[in-house]
Write a protein that binds this ligand. Structure first.
Ligand code: 0R9
Length: 643
């Protein structure tokens, strides 16, 4: 009877794991590089939960030579006793879906159904997994092969004095499109965990390269903010606030931590977390944060007559140049998420909690730091003025357009003839002459052309006030039609694609970088949504002079060489020095026609990395820039070609 029950049970277990293998996307999102790394987060989160419960302060993640992963914690060790199913508990945790939630009387305090359940999913998607538990003086071990099939019973390997759990798994190459782990991706994530949990030591070892790094922060998210603002000009030391709020009707406490710092800049950056999981789309805790901040600053500004009684500072103006981390811990009962990807906190009481904890403490801080507060308030007033100036500039452009009809926007923009935000493209073209060819060559139904004169302003160095008054910048903001900065609204964007079309030379590359810096700083969602592209004009025109003349274009040196090698007849090779050398038809054929052109989509993979690179490459510190270039760019001398 008993063995029967065991068999039935193991069949359902395997069916469960089989389902994970059939539909991995349902459990880990995808089977690409992102899904591959998700496996690591699942296992590390188990260890983090144990550390949060107060057991073990160090977690070690190792990337092994065969791209298997080992995670070690120093908690109590996974329980290995007999479970009511007749199996040992370790086996249940790593083979039964959702097992974590069924144990430990509701699981960990703040695991909230987010953590501690992934062991079996990872097992299902691995070609092998070995779990070792150091517990009650013994080393216990189990091995699973081919997606969670138990190889042998739980074995006792020997005695030990330590406690903890070690899990090694190798992602199944039949499931994942890549099985090669990226050191930087894991590093960023575990460093983030170290920032969020004070004094938790996270170590990453890469056996492939022998690299090893550890992260431990006694001051938690304060150090996270300082890290994000590294090499910027902070106006003050990071301010830190913490407290909790009792949600009476649920009899549960919400714990709140906030760290913030202002720098002399325009960019606002808020990163928020719930139970140590990043909420990429914000949610009620961020709303509570913004409410408290706006209220505290306005109260101060009114009280000390920095603004008139009938004036108010807007939240976005106050937050200009602010970097903040908001971290809340909420029990399972109160936890609600919104959105498709569950990246947005829904819990209404989280807004009240953050507002309650922050408002009072921040108000006190502002009074204690009068000089700083006045600087920030004045900065917010200037920000509001810059916004107003930009609005006037755009209004001027709009009126200009009305006055001059088609010769709109200083006679620059060639608009599309049809208004279809879903397909329309905006070409930002270097120089008036290429702009002219592009205007003639385009498909006017859906392609708009905006020629840019001269160099674009470096928005990393310019103040936001001067940037917004700059004619080219104001024209771009107006043309794209979705505002800028925190108010930027993708829904209002007039174009599906914004395509930067420059000459294929150093100047062109510089203009590309300047424009990308502008989009990164002022219209980041445009990049995040994959709407920014670089056009790829050809480098060579090759005329084959055979019986019938034929024209080919080469976009790289290699391509040109290939064409010349293949071609039996005489050829004329022309190297294009700039877009202006192409006539309208050639420009259409090679660079603008969606059927034949090549576009490079600009992607933003790692925000922090992009942030620091833009700052290094475009900012004021030339020494850092030189250092970076020496370390990251391979300089090769291109052969001078005589054509
Ligand atoms: C290396 C990755 N680590 C883990 O996967 C891991 C899981 C885990 C754990 C407990 C302790 N450490 C762990 N590491 C644990 C122990 C006890 C109670 N709760 C949790 C205990 O000693 O009483 N568990 C995760 C789930 C479960 N344990 C269980 F409770 F479901 F068994």
């Amino acid at each position: 009877m008993r063995s029967n029950a065991y068999n039935d049970d193991s069949i359902t277990v395997l069916e469960g794991l089989e389902h994970v293998r059939k539909r991995p996307g349902m459990y880990i999102g995808s089977t690409d590089e992102r899904g591959l790394h998700h496996l690591v987060w699942e296992i590390v989160d188990n260890s983090i939960d144990e550390a949060l419960a107060g057991f073990g302060r160090e977690i070690i993640v190792t990337i092994n030579n065969d791209n298997s992963i080992t995670v070690e914690d120093s908690g109590r060790g996974v329980p290995c006793g007999l479970h009511k199913t007749g199996k040992n508990t370790m086996e249940v945790i790593y083979t039964q879906l959702n097992a974590g939630g069924k144990f430990g009387g509701g699981g960990y305090k703040t695991s909230g159904g987010l953590h501690g359940v992934g062991g079996s999913v990872v097992n299902a998607l691995s070609s092998y997994m070995i779990v070792t538990s150091y517990r009650e003086g013994k080393i216990h071990q189990m091995r699973f092969d081919d997606g969670g099939k138990k190889v042998s019973k739980l074995e006792i390997l020997g005695d030990t004095k330590r406690t903890g759990t070690t899990v090694t798994f190798k992602p199944d190459p039949n499931i994942f499109t890549t099985t090669i782990y990226n050191y930087e991706t894991i590093k960023t994530r575990i460093r983030e965990s170290a920032f969020l949990i004070k004094n938790l030591k996270m170590t990453l070892k890469d056996n492939r390269t022998k690299k090893i790094e550890s992260f431990v922060y006694a001051n938690g998210i304060s150090e996270y903010v300082a890290f994000m603002d590294e090499n910027k000009n902070p106006l003050h030391n990071v301010a830190y606030f913490e407290g909790d709020y009792l949600v009476a009707e649920a009899n549960e406490k919400i714990e709140v931590e906030v760290a913030l710092q202002f720098i002399n800049a325009f960019q606002e950056k808020i990163v928020s977390f719930v139970n140590n999981v990043k909420t990429v789309d914000g949610g009620s805790h961020e709303t509570g944060f913004k409410t408290a901040l706006t209220r505290a600053f306005n109260d101060y500004a009114h009280k000390f007559n920095l603004i008139k009684a009938n004036q108010t500072l807007e939240g976005t103006d106050i937050r200009a140049g602010m970097t903040a981390v908001v971290s809340v811990r909420i029990g399972e009962k109160l936890l609600e998420f919104e959105g498709q990807t569950k990246g947005k906190l829904g819990t209404p009481s989280a807004k009240t909690a953050v507002d309650y904890v922050l408002y009072e403490k921040l108000s006190f801080y502002l009074i204690e730091n009068k000089q700083l507060t006045e600087t920030i308030v004045k900065k917010a007033i200037k920000e509001a003025e810059a916004r107003e100036a930009a609005r006037k500039e755009r209004e001027k452009i709009r009126l200009d357009k009305k006055d001059k009809g088609e010769k709109n926007i200083s006679a620059k923009l060639a608009p599309t003839s049809e208004k279809n935000k879903e397909i329309n493209e905006l070409f930002l073209v270097e120089g008036d002459s290429a702009g002219g060819s592009a205007k003639k060559g385009r498909d006017r139904k859906f392609q708009a052309i905006l020629p840019l004169r001269g160099k674009v302003l470096n928005t990393e160095k310019a103040t936001s006030e001067s940037a917004l008054k700059n004619e080219e910048i104001a024209t771009m903001i107006y043309t794209i039609g979705a505002d800028y900065g925190p108010q930027f609204d993708l829904k209002k964007c007039n174009y599906k694609k914004v395509i930067i079309m420059t000459d294929a030379d150093d100047d062109g590359a510089h203009i590309q970088v300047l424009l990308l810096t502008f989009f990164f700083r002022y219209m980041r969602p445009l990049i995040e949504d994959g709407r920014v592209y670089l056009a790829l004009p050809p480098l060579f025109k090759i005329t084959k002079r055979g019986a019938k003349e034929e024209i080919l274009y080469a976009y790289t040196n290699d391509e040109k060489d290939d064409i010349l090698e293949e071609c039996k007849c005489p050829t004329i090779v022309q190297r294009y020095k700039g877009l202006g050398e192409m006539n309208a038809e050639q420009l259409w054929d090679t660079t603008m026609n969606p059927e034949t052109r090549t576009l490079i989509q600009v992607k933003l993979e790692d925000f922090e990395e992009a942030e620091s690179e833009v700052e290094i490459l475009m900012g004021n510190d030339s020494l850092r820039r030189r250092d970076w270039l020496e370390n990251h760019v391979e300089f090769t001398l291109e052969e001078e070609e005589e054509i």
